[in-house]
Structures are given as C-alpha cells and as structure tokens.
Design a protein around this ligand. Structure first.
Ligand code: APR
Length: 180
C-alpha cells in the first residue's frame, strides 16, 4: 500500500499579518469590505490597496463571497503574495455549520494550489465573532487541511491567544495519533 505522505501543519501563536508564507487566509465577511478581528488586522496591515482590490471583485446578488467560498487578491503592503479571503459560518449548530467551515478551508487551499502557492498561513476561521466552538473547529479544520490533496502545502495556523494555542495543539496531537 502506498505510504501516506505526512501533512505539513504547524501552529504559531501571534499575528497572522507577520507571516511570510506565499498566501495568508483572511476570515472575512461576504462583503469583503473589511471588519474587525483578523479581517481588520489584515486590511490595516495591507493598506487601502487591499480594499480597492476587494471592491474590484464582482458582486453576485449583492454578495462578493458566499459563506464557505473563497476569493483571492494581491496582498498590498504585506510580505505574502496573495490574500485568500474566505467567509466562515456564523455558528448555529454542528449540522448547519460544520460543512460550511470545512468548505471555507477546502476552497481556500484549492485556490492556493491553483495559484502555485507552496505555503499558506491560516487563522481560526469563525472562532471569534462567528462564535464557532474552538475545540470543534480545531478538530474539523485540521482534519480537512490534512487531507492528501493538500499535503504538498506547508500550512501554518496562527492562533491569537494562549487558550486557542492550547486547544489547537491538543487537536493537532489527537490528529497525529489517529493518522500514525
Ligand atoms: N492574527 C491571527 N488571528 C487573529 C488576529 C490576528 N491578527 N486577530 C484576531 N484573530 C483571531 C481571533 O482571536 C479568533 O480566534 O482570529 C480568530 C477569528 O476571529 P474573527 O477575526 O472574529 O473571525 P470570525 O469569527 O471568522 O468572524 C468574521 O468578523 O471581523 C469580522 O469582517 C469579519 O464579519 C467578519 C467576522
């Protein structure tokens, strides 16, 4: 049986804007016009050029990016080449939200691959304002991002505080235990 190549996922505690990966994933909202949290931080660091690029993304029925989908732009003043904007679900229930959170990460990584990225920095999408329970999100996200089709990517998750770092570290250890 062909051996499963190991996935390349690491965790960092800190500001995703400092990442030097090829792409940074943004936890946006459907307007792609910025907001608070990591969205606000990325727009502030990238500068007004990022907003202009987002405004250039066509609206479909008044929406630039539906929940679970992703859009790619340049990065303005940031060191990375691309910013991949994805919209996670506002948590309501596992049955309603899990598939959308998986899709947000899956579509972000597919866009990264399609644009020849080799490394991607990702935040804990939906785990702030959108109130996704962090432990559930961590397990689901890491299972999605460790799938074989994404194993050529170097993935760096940026967790913004110690609590989240601990939760994601536990989830990563559990995933490795299962996959070994
Ligand atoms: N770097 C890394 N992670 C960060 C940063 C940062 N600079 N700032 C915040 N975070 C963390 C939060 O602590 C949280 O764990 O990112 C995670 C996602 O939280 P939010 O940014 O609130 O994103 P989300 O829950 O997906 O809500 C998206 O919030 O900011 C608005 O416009 C955005 O409407 C959208 C909604």
């Amino acid at each position: 049986m062909e051996s499963m190549s190991a996935f390349n996922i690491s965790l960092q505690q800190g500001d995703i804007c400092l990442s030097e990966t090829d792409a940074i994933v943004n936890a946006a909202n459907s307007s792609l016009l910025g907001g608070g949290g990591v969205d606000g931080a990325i727009h502030a660091a990238a500068g007004p050029a990022l907003l202009a690029m987002c405004e250039g993304i066509p609206l479909l029925d008044g929406i630039r990016c539906p929940v679970g989908q992703a859009r790619i732009t340049g990065s303005g003043n940031l060191k990375c080449r691309y910013i991949i904007h994805t919209v996670g679900p506002i948590y309501s229930s596992d049955s309603e939200s899990a598939g959308l959170l998986q899709a947000a990460y899956q579509n972000s990584l597919l866009l990264a691959l399609a644009n020849n990225c080799r490394s991607v920095a990702l935040p804990a999408v939906s785990c702030g304002v959108y109130a996704y329970p962090a432990a559930k999100a961590a397990a689901l996200t890491l299972a999605t991002c460790s799938r074989p089709e994404f194993r050529d990517l170097k993935l760096e998750f940026y967790l913004f505080d110690e609590t989240m770092m601990l939760i994601w570290s536990r989830a990563l250890a559990e995933l490795k235990a299962v996959l070994v």
